[in-house]
Write a protein that binds this ligand. Structure first.
Ligand code: ZN
Ligand code: ZN
Length: 81
């Protein structure tokens, strides 16, 4: 089950489970579209995997498997590469 994190690891912006702005890597590192595109150039700064739009979990599934509430933030700020 994909962990739907509530924020961007770079800028701590809120990302709702149905946000089309959420980007995610294979290891569930989560970023917003703005950081993914302008700062990270589509690559995860933690694991170097590619960032793809996060799938939207349908409301019925969301009720069954709620989104994560634990906020994850990088210790180091993201830098443009
Ligand atoms: Zn961000
Ligand atoms: Zn990653």
């Amino acid at each position: 089950m994909l962990e739907l994190r509530p924020n961007c690891e770079c800028c701590d912006r809120d990302l709702t489970p149905d946000s089309k702005q959420a980007r995610i890597c294979k290891y569930e590192c989560t970023f917003c579209a703005a950081c993914a595109e302008t700062i990270l150039c589509g690559a995860c700064p933690n694991c170097a995997g590619n960032l793809t739009p996060r799938p939207i979990r349908p409301p019925a599934m969301l009720a069954k498997h709620p989104a994560a509430t634990r906020r994850v933030l990088r210790a180091q700020p993201c830098e443009a590469r």
